[in-house]
Structure formats: C-alpha cells, structure tokens
Design a protein around this ligand. Structure first.
Ligand code: NAP
Length: 601
C-alpha cells in the first residue's frame, strides 16, 4: 500500500488491472479504417448535409494569398490580412461556409468543453460574451460567421471546393493552385490552415456496407432523418432503435439528446472515457461588468499557465481541466531535492486519486451495477483525451438506454445491425461517432492534396522521415508557404487550440504584411535555420513510451505503439511544448524584423 496522501492504494494491483484492461483492447485491426478517398461505397459519408451545392464557373486569377481552410485557423489568418490591408486573398474550403470543425460538427448536444470565454476567438473585438460557460456548437458557429461578416471573409471565398494540387512555380514565384471545381489560382503566398481533426474516420468493420438501416457519421449529422436540429428535439426518432458507436468526446455529448428522442438507444462502447464534472451554467450577468480591456488574452494566458504548472495568483477558469488535467500533467515537486523516482511515484498517486474519483462518480450516478462497472475507466488519466459532462452517465438510468460493452470491438455488422459476442442488435439507424484521423496525422495528409515544392518534391516525400520546419510554420523547400501550428509539426500543443491559432495567425499575418509592404519577395527557409529548429525539437523530445505503453490504446499513444512516435514530429519544449517560450520567441523574431532564418530574394 502507498500511504500518506489519503489515496491509499496498492500500486501493483492497480497497474495489473490497468494492463489487463489494456490487453482486452489491444486487438489486431482495432485502428483499421475505411478509405474514404478511394472507396466509392463510403463517399456519401462525407457529403455535406447542411448547405446545398451550387454550380459556379471556375475561377482563374492571380491573387496575393490563398488560405486553405475556413475554420478558426483560416478565419484568424484572414482577419489579420484584412487588418494589415492585404485585400487580395481567397479562402478555400470543402465545407459550404466558414466554421471548420464547427461547420461540420452539428450533432445533437455539440458543445465545446473548453471554457467559452477563452475558446471563442476575438470576443473583445466583437463585444460578445457567450451565453454559457461552455458554449454549444450553434453559438460558436454563429460567432465565427460574425467574425467572417465583420472582416468580409466570405468575399472571394470558394466553398464546396477542394484543392487538388498546389505547385510552386519558380519562374513566376507563385503557387499554382488547382481545385476540384476547375479553378486555377496563382498565389504569391500559400497558407495551410487545414485543421487538426479534419479527416473523419469510419472504422473498418466487416459487413458495414451491407447494413440495411440508415447510417451516418456524427460529423455529418442527418437531421433530415432524425428530425430536429442542434438544440432542438429530434422528432423523427420516437419509433426508431438507434445505435451509437463510439464514446469519445463526441459520442458522450450525443447520448443524452438521443436518449430523449429514440425509442431505444444502444451505446456501443469499446473504451470508457473518463467523464469529469462539467458544471455548465449561464454566463453571470455581472461577469461582463468586471472585465477590463485585454481580459480575454489575460484569461487565455492564465489557463495556459495553470495547465503548464506555472504559478498564478488565481485559477480564473477553475474547472476540471485546471484541476484534474493540470494536476496530473504537472504535479508540483514537494521539495527541491525530490528525486525523479519519488516524483514519479507521487504523480502516479495523484493520478490514481483522480481516476478513483471518476470511477466513484460512475458508481454514484449509474444505478445498474453491471452497467456502472463497464463505464468505469481503468487507465491513467492522460492515456485518453478526458471528457467532461453532467448528463452522460445519468442517461444510462433511462429504461430505453442500453450500454453494449465490447472492449475488443464489434464482431461484424449484419444487415440487421451490429453483432457483439454473437448477439445481433437490430437497429433502424447506426451513428458512427468514431472520430477523426489522429492529431498527429502528417500535414500533407491532413491537407489532402499534393503540395509540390521548389525542386519538384512533394511535401509527403520531403517529410518521409518526419517534419522539417522553421517554427513549425514555414517549410524548407516550399517557398512562400505557411502552415498554421498544429500537433506533429514542431510547434506546441495546447488544450485551448484557439490560443495557438491566434498566435499562428498573428505571426503569419504580420509576416505576409511585411513581405507585401516590401514588394512581395520570395522567401525560403535556410537549411541552417531548419537544421537548428529540428535539432532543438529532437533534443527536447521526451520519450514517454514506457509510460504510454501501459496505456489503454488510443490516438494519444499511437493506438498502443508509442515507440513509433517520431522525435522529429515533437514540440518546442518538453512534452506538449512550452507555449509561453514559443510565443516569446516568435514575438522577438517578428519585432527584430530581419526575418532571420529566411532567405529573401
Ligand atoms: P474519438 O475521441 O477518436 O472517439 C472515437 C470513438 O469511437 C472512441 O470511443 C473509439 O473507441 C470508438 N471507435 C473507433 N473505432 C471503433 C471501432 N472499430 N469499433 C468500436 N469503436 C470504435 O473521436 P471523437 O469523440 O469524435 O473526438 C475526437 C476529438 O474531437 C476529441 O479528442 C477532441 O479533441 C475533439 N472534440 C472536442 C470536443 C469538445 O468539447 N471540445 C467535443 C467533441 C470532440 P476507443 O476509445 O476504444 O478507441
């Protein structure tokens, strides 16, 4: 027994339980997915149910900037360009409008579990305060569109349009961009703001193509079938048996609205998520009156500092991220001379206490003991992306909701429905809340088109051995190209992605503005700058694979193979990276104004 903190537990017994639960899920093929690019049988899963497709003539023109992606990243780059007076740019997106992830993800119950006051960008500038502590998706989408309206970002935007190739043309010093609508754009600067979780994932389950009922992915919710809309009851499900496959951050948000609407709901769970307290509430009317100019940046910094274990006067966000996640991520050292082994032991103890609290919450809320047992998460807290919800667990107390626990996955899908341990679950409708290709999916794959650089080499070939960048944003061999910072890309990783997007957009916007003011020269990352940046990334890589190998398989540990994580794809600073050091470095670079590390010609 480990003693002394109030969390007495037998570490060996807990470790054994964690490994046993992991092994149930480490089954061959667990990460196999359908190839939506090439398998026509599944093409419909990606089509847009929200905005009608409109024919238009192809566009052929020269422009200053092409931004690929109209989500938060692309929107923020666009606003920076407008502010800097760079007027000739086009946003291109496969969606039918702005919003990115919030355009596509309109499933019932969709919300952001990161505090709205730090997640929704540009709140001060738009003089807007979200209605709740955690905003629902429709409000986030409306806010992003409001930013688009303020900065006229729809002007020139090409929606329902996919880039098919982008090729650097040395002769003209321009990117030649081709799209699936026949557009031919010639752009001085090319910005990849393609998103992180933009490639939806459909698992490879035998027989799924023969399912006789209706099916769709959560990122293309079919309200024409379910009735209702985001925030409105799904009126067409009262006589339907619905299956929900997946219990990640998306699935857990869908359950309660589906439980209210469907005749019966089967929730197919491979791995239980850790469901922390969310405690959503309407924004206090007095909140706004206490805010001083600059409050949003200060609040984002405060959250970031808490998450990085830095001292703060007060934890302003004060939620389960800042309590649980921050505590596990950065348990403070007890004494300056505390040994690493001692610190690791205490970290495990903190982790155990937090996971025990999650398991107790399940037992307290869920009435059926067998269901409660199956919903308990048995792994260390950071093994999976944590979730936060106050209605998910109690939904299993509804008589029309059944949990189907299938740690090894679904056996197969018959025309009648999924088969688990020999039992067929007959369904009218099956929703795949099976997520997206992992955050670490390389940039060239997330971009979804060939990017051909100065020497005719594609980004995929150039990055065959891992990422090569300056600041995670400029790519050697790819002149006049910028990529918004993202995981796996030699930048930093943050829980509040918006804060990183704000920084990336400021850097890219200011750099393009400075170059434009200077006659729009061609720039290229020098070999030396790339080598130094990459060696810094590799040098600070912490090999956490021994700890991660004990994790239940997930996107975070490369589905059980953390040893395959490439140090070149790491972050600036140890672990998830040091956001503040990264920001300071970028700001100093901008202030110096000499574009050090870039050859400008
Ligand atoms: P996800 O976290 O990848 O979860 C996918 C779910 O599908 C998991 O439960 C997974 O089981 C299950 N699954 C996948 N393949 C399966 C198979 N072959 N058989 C059975 N089950 C299978 O995806 P997500 O829930 O869409 O979330 C993705 C990310 O989006 C999140 O991590 C988060 O970053 C973001 N997100 C954020 C919010 C927010 O509030 N901020 C909300 C939603 C999403 P296993 O767990 O066993 O793999």
């Amino acid at each position: 027994m480990q003693q002394g903190s109030g969390n007495e537990f037998d570490p060996d017994a807990v470790r054994s339980k964690y490994l046993a639960e992991r092994d149930k899920r480490l089954v061959p093929g667990r990460a196999d997915i359908r190839d939506l690019d090439h398998d026509d049988r599944f093409a419909r899963y990606r089509s847009d149910p929200f905005t009608p497709y409109q024919e238009r003539d192809p566009v052929t023109e020269e422009t200053d900037v092409v931004i690929v992606g109209g989500g938060i990243a692309g929107i923020l780059v666009g606003t920076q360009l407008r502010k800097a007076g760079v007027e000739r740019f086009r946003i291109i997106d496969q969606a039918g409008g702005l919003g990115g992830t919030w355009y596509w993800n309109r499933y019932p119950g969709v919300m952001c579990d990161v505090e709205s006051y730090i997640y929704l960008p540009m709140l001060e500038e738009l003089d807007y305060l979200p209605r709740h502590r955690y905003a629902f998706g429709d409000e986030i989408l409306a806010h992003l569109q409001a930013i688009g309206d303020r900065y006229d970002l729809d002007r020139g935007a090409l929606f329902h349009t996919g880039v098919t190739s982008a090729t650097w043309d040395e002769g003209s010093g321009r990117w030649q961009v081709a799209t699936d609508r026949g557009d031919r754009l010639s752009a001085r600067y090319y910005v990849l703001a393609v998103g992180i979780l933009n490639l939806l994932k459909l698992p490879d389950i035998a027989g799924m193509e023969d399912f006789a009922g209706h099916s769709f992915h959560s990122a293309r919710w079919d309200y024409a079938y379910t009735g209702g809309g985001p925030g409105r009851p799904m009126t067409e499900l009262g006589d339907k048996v619905v299956g929900l496959l997946g219990t990640g951050a998306t699935g857990i948000q869908c359950v309660e609205p589906l439980a209210r609407a469907a005749r019966h709901l089967y929730v197919f769970q491979r791995t239980p998520s850790a469901i922390g307290v969310r405690d959503n509430r309407p924004t206090d009317p007095t909140f706004a009156s206490g805010l001083q100019p600059g409050w949003q940046r200060a609040r984002m910094d405060n959250f970031q500092a808490v998450m990085l274990g830095r001292p703060v006067e007060a934890d302003l966000v004060d939620d389960s991220w800042t309590h649980d996640y921050a505590a596990v991520q950065n348990p403070p050292r007890k004494r300056p001379d505390e040994s690493f082994a001692e610190w690791m032991r205490r970290a495990e103890e903190v982790d155990f206490g937090i996971m025990e609290a999650h398991r107790s919450r399940v037992a307290d809320v869920v009435e059926d003991p067998a269901t409660a047992e199956s919903l308990k998460p048995w792994y260390r807290y950071l093994c999976k992306r944590p979730c936060f919800h106050d209605e998910y667990l109690s939904a299993f107390n509804h008589p029309n909701v059944s949990l189907v626990d299938c740690p090894g996955g679904i056996d197969r899908i018959d025309p009648a429905g999924p088969v688990v341990d020999g039992t067929t679950y007959e369904l009218d409708c099956l929703v795949y809340a099976t997520g997206f290709q992992a955050e670490l999916t390389p940039l060239y794959r997330r971009a979804g088109h060939d990017i051909v650089g100065a020497d005719g080499v594609t980004l995929a070939d150039r990055w065959a051995d891992g990422a090569a960048t300056l600041f995670g944003m400029m790519l050697p061999g790819f002149p006049n190209l910028f990529a918004m910072p993202a995981p796996g890309q030699q930048a930093v990783v943050t829980v509040n992605y918006t804060q990183l997007a704000v920084l990336g957009a400021e850097v890219i916007g200011a750099t393009i503005a400075a170059l434009t003011a200077d006659g729009s020269p061609v720039f290229e990352v020098t070999e030396q700058a790339e080598a130094e940046w990459t060696s810094g990334i590799v040098g600070s890589f912490v090999d956490a694979s021994p700890v991660m190998a004990a994790c239940t398989p997930s996107r975070i540990n490369n589905e059980g193979h953390p040893e395959q994580l490439n140090p070149r794809n790491g972050n600036y600073g140890r672990g998830f990276g040091d956001f503040f050091a990264y920001r300071d470095l970028l700001r100093s670079w901008l202030e110096a104004g000499d574009l050090e590390g870039l050859e400008v010609r």
